[in-house]
Design a protein. Structure first.
Length: 118
C-alpha cells in the first residue's frame, strides 16, 4: 500500500458523500442536510491529507482528531437524512456503514498515535 492510498480511499468516501447529497430533495430540509454532509464529508478527506503531511507527531495527532470529529459529524448527517426519510435507507446504509468504518479507523489511529507519544 502506498502512502497515498489511505487518502485516496478517504477522497473516494468524500465523493460518495457528495453524490449522496446531490440526490437529496431540493426542500429546505434536504438542502440543509446536503450542505452539512458535504461540508463535513469533504473535510474528512482534506484534513486526512493534511494530517498525513503533519509537521510533527503532535501536529498529526491534532489533525487526525479533527478528521475523527468530521467523520463522526458526517455519520450524524447521513443518519439524520435516513431518520428524516430524505432518501431511502437502503441507499444510505452503505454510506452510513462506511462512515462508521472511517470513524473506527481514525479512532484507532488516534489511539495508536497517543500511545506512541508517551
Amino acid at each position: 500500500m502506498t502512502s497515498q492510498e489511505p487518502v485516496d480511499r478517504t477522497m473516494d468516501f468524500a465523493v460518495r458523500v457528495l453524490r449522496m447529497a446531490e440526490k437529496l430533495p431540493r426542500s429546505v430540509g434536504g438542502q440543509v442536510v446536503a450542505r452539512q454532509v458535504v461540508r463535513r464529508g469533504t473535510s474528512v478527506a482534506a484534513n486526512h491529507r493534511a494530517a498525513l503531511r503533519g509537521k510533527s507527531r503532535a501536529d498529526f495527532l491534532h489533525k487526525i482528531t479533527i478528521v475523527l470529529e468530521e467523520a463522526d459529524e458526517t455519520h450524524f448527517w447521513i443518519e439524520f437524512a435516513s431518520r428524516a426519510e430524505l432518501l431511502p435507507d437502503e441507499r444510505l446504509a452503505p454510506l452510513r456503514d462506511e462512515a462508521e468504518q472511517r470513524i473506527r479507523i481514525f479512532s484507532a489511529t488516534r489511539a495508536t498515535t497517543r500511545s506512541h507519544q508517551s
